[in-house]
Design a protein around this ligand. Structure first.
Ligand SMILES: Nc1ncnc2c1ncn2[C@@H]1O[C@H](COP(=O)(O)OP(=O)(O)OP(=O)(O)O)[C@@H](O)[C@H]1O
Length: 253
């Protein structure tokens, strides 16, 4: 489903991602972990299309996509939930989720605003999709509530539902559990697990090893922009290079 070969990206001459190889089969939930500054978000943005690589390639479903703009990747089925993403305040939960579908309709958001007949038809389709995605994330009962009124855990659910509205086949999640309380993390984990059971391929970038251990089929560990280990959660947790990278980060923090 996703193959990354020799991917490189530097900022001001310093490598953030250095010769990274990654292969994620269809239907797998892959976690990418690593200490602060390991290059996780950079890798995420190189796959999602927010950044261009200096070298190497990203192949998605047989197509080389590393020069494609992010909206083309979205249309091809790559859904993204960014680190620290915000909900649209002042809008309802349902409206927040509908925004996710506008990007993939032919008329887009502008068409929805001008309300031509075809756009009205698309608007109805979008509404249906949004309701379906809210149901998938267990948020239907909140559809007409102001999104600001929801606790942070459920706001993350709204972001997930918004990404699902684009009907992704590969879902990229950057630290979705950050800032959540233990019970909210558990709920989010259950939600992500359900998506995987539905057949979605998921790439989950996360700092917290415990969170991914329960969820991931396999884990790729980055440190200083390079892959230092890859395997099942049990394998990487026992890996000496991984332990050293995390301990080193704590000592220097
Ligand atoms: N836009 C940028 N401009 C300059 N340097 C950057 C930029 N983005 C990332 N970096 C640098 O690249 C390195 C990797 O950063 P990145 O954010 O990818 O790591 P990370 O593993 O996601 O860290 P965190 O867990 O803290 O989010 C860091 O040294 C960072 O300072």
């Amino acid at each position: 489903m996703l193959r990354v070969n020799g991917l490189r990206r530097s900022f001001d001459g310093v490598f953030a991602v250095r010769e990274v190889d990654l292969e994620v089969p269809r239907g797998e939930l892959r976690a990418v972990i690593g200490p602060n500054g390991a290059g996780k978000s950079t890798l995420f943005n190189l796959i999602g299309g927010q950044l261009r690589p200096d070298g190497g390639e990203v192949v998605y479903d047989g197509d080389r996509i590393d020069r494609w703009p992010s909206h083309r990747r979205a249309r091809a089925g790559i859904g993204v939930v960014f680190q620290g993403a915000r909900v649209f305040r002042g809008m309802t939960v349902l409206e927040n989720v509908m925004v996710g579908a506008h990007g993939v309709t032919r008329s887009g958001f502008l068409g929805a605003v001008t309300r031509a007949p075809r756009h009205r038809r698309e608007e109805r389709e979008i509404l249906g999709t949004a309701r379906e995605c809210l149901a998938r994330t267990g948020l239907s009962a909140w559809a007409d509530r102001a999104v600001d009124a929801l606790p942070l855990g459920q706001q993350r659910g709204v972001q997930l539902a918004r990404a699902l509205c684009g009907r992704p086949r590969l879902l990229l999640l950057d630290e979705p559990a950050s800032g959540l309380r233990a019970a909210e993390r558990a709920e989010l984990a259950a939600l992500v697990e359900n998506l995987r059971t539905d057949g979605l391929t998921v790439l989950l970038v996360e700092h917290d090893v415990a969170f991914v251990s329960r969820l991931a089929d396999r884990v790729t560990v980055l440190d200083l922009g390079q892959v230092i280990a890859e395997g099942t959660p049990t394998q990487v947790r026992a890996d000496e290079r991984v332990i050293a990278a995390y301990l080193g980060a704590e000592v220097s923090a």
